[in-house]
Design a binder for this molecule. Structure first.
Ligand code: ADP
Length: 492
């Protein structure tokens, strides 16, 4: 159990594992938006609060500004004008507002002199500040100094009693933002508490999801391991995801192919043993019968030894063919391609086989439609041609004929061997390329067949990316057609 947990943790730490990636993605999807939201909300809350505060204070200052004007605070009214509020009452209003917002209000007249300071320290002094001068030029300014914790603003006092509005004074106000800061901190505390809770929940969720989502893939591995270890021979099935179904289907197909390959290999080994045993058994019978006869005549010895020698020849042929076949399959990718005059090769092969044809009085004709040169493997090509022509002679009637044709188009050359022989029964046509398949076992054996010739031929044809086909009528004859690309390198 501990080992398993350790293994899972190790997997989580490896970035190549799907589990680790799911964990990271879920974590990122859960955490990033919450962090962004948290800071976004705090920042926009702060901005809004500062703006609200500025506009509330500005409104109140405007009202006070009107009071200042109406009560002749700047001595702008004609002499003898009496306002409704006394100077003290207005000062009290200024005090109230500066207390309320924990700040300071300074009233500055058009000669930049401070006529009123709620802190009482700058009264009578001249103030040369850019903000104030800009405000006299009609530009309201408000600054939020987060670092020092205050908001500074200027409010113009506009006299509209004359035809043109005149700025007669400026209020320079700075208020504390402690209240906003305090609310922000309280909000931040709550947000970070919520954020921590969400972090824990997201980690838990990421862990659970990363384990749960990857589990079907682990099941696939387990099922494959069971098959590998030999506990199960069944097709495996993990239907959780479409992806696992695809993997498992591909694996099952591979398994089936391997089993088929295994069965065919087993069959091949059985066939090989059987084929090799038959001449051995014959030799054994011949030798035993000689041994059992005391004083057997020399003629009998000679006759039996001839039979033994022919069985040994047969055994030899089987082994040679087998080796050729195995070599062909082993070196399936290796073709020794040369540029070849195919007509010359056919002539050479026919010359070699003519004695065999003569023995059966079989007429051997070659019809060449054109000169063909191709890029092929010479040894394998001559193996193909020899096997086909040899079969056409071997499985022919006495005084029959064999016709070999060679033609080509711009892409392929066609090598055709027709004969007037025994023909192949329709039901055997599908099997003649199988290893050790013979239509008539005893007849084939009689004439020295191993049942491997066509298997070798087909394998060599396929290596050249060509095709082989056969038509045959039993009792009338057969026709084998081989089509090979003029350049099997290009065809590949
Ligand atoms: P073998 O070594 O026995 O000739 P092959 O693989 O060359 O083996 O041929 C398989 C079988 O196909 C032969 O045993 C024979 O029965 C049949 N066959 C092949 N070629 C011909 C042919 N031209 N005419 C009739 N039967 C043929």
């Amino acid at each position: 159990m501990i080992g398993k947990i350790f293994h899972e943790l190790k997997k989580l730490l490896s970035l190549r594992s799907l589990q680790a990636r799911i964990f990271i993605i879920v974590l990122a999807v859960g955490i990033v938006p919450s962090v962004v939201m948290r800071y976004g909300i705090l920042v926009s809350y702060e901005e809004r609060s500062v703006q609200n505060r500025i506009s509330t204070v500005q409104n109140q200052l405007m009202i006070i500004g009107n009071h200042l004007l109406n009560n002749n605070y700047f001595n702008t009214k004609p002499e003898g004008y009496i306002g409704s509020m006394s100077r003290e009452a207005i000062n009290a209003e200024l005090e109230t507002i500066s207390n309320l917002y924990e700040g300071r209000v300074m009233i500055i007249n058009s000669s930049l002199k401070v006529v009123r300071d709620t802190y009482g320290i700058s009264e009578g002094k001249t103030i040369i500040s850019e903000e104030v001068i800009q405000c006299f030029h009609g530009q309201n300014i408000s600054n939020y100094d987060k670092e020092h914790g205050y908001i500074e603003m200027t409010t113009p006092i506009i006299d509209t009693s004359t035809n043109s509005s005149v700025i007669v004074g400026v209020m320079l106000t700075s208020i504390s933002n402690d209240a906003i800061e305090a609310t922000l901190m309280a909000l931040d505390r709550k947000a970070s508490l919520l954020g921590n809770l969400m972090l824990v929940a997201t980690i838990a969720m990421a862990l659970i999801l990363s384990f749960v989502l990857v589990r079907p893939f682990n099941r696939v591995t387990d099922a494959i391991n069971e098959v590998k270890a030999g506990y199960s021979n069944e097709r495996i099935s993990v239907p959780d995801y479409a992806e696992t179904v695809h993997i498992v289907n591909a694996f099952n197909q591979l398994l089936e192919r391997m089993r088929a390959l295994d069965t065919s290999r087993q069959e091949f080994v059985e066939n090989v043993s059987h084929e090799l045993k038959t001449p051995m058994a014959a030799i054994k019978v011949l030798a035993d019968s000689l041994l059992s006869q005391q004083d057997a005549p020399t003629e009998l010895y000679q006759e039996f030894l001839v039979d033994i020698a022919s069985e040994i020849d047969r055994e030899n042929r089987i082994i040679t063919d087998l080796l050729a076949l195995v070599k062909m399959e082993k070196k399936a990718q290796e073709l020794n391609i040369v540029s070849l005059n195919v007509n010359d090769l056919v002539e050479l092969i026919l010359k070699r086989l003519r004695p065999l044809a003569r023995k059966k009085d079989v007429e051997l004709v070659f019809e060449s439609m054109r000169q063909v040169s191709a890029e092929v493997d010479e040894v394998k090509m001559s193996l193909i041609m020899t096997n086909l022509v040899e079969n056409a002679i071997k499985y022919n009637k006495d005084h029959g004929w064999v016709r070999v044709e060679l033609d080509a188009d711009y892409q392929y050359f066609v090598f055709k061997v027709s004969d007037s022989g025994l023909g192949i029964p329709a039901e055997s046509l599908a099997h003649i390329y199988e290893r050790f398949y013979r239509v008539d076992k005893s007849h084939s054996r009689e004439i020295g067949g191993t049942g491997l010739g066509l298997a070798i031929t087909k394998s060599a044809v396929l290596m050249h990316r060509g095709s082989i086909s056969v038509t045959s009528v039993e009792g009338e004859g057969s026709c084998f057609t081989v089509k090979i690309p003029l350049s099997c390198v290009m065809a590949g």
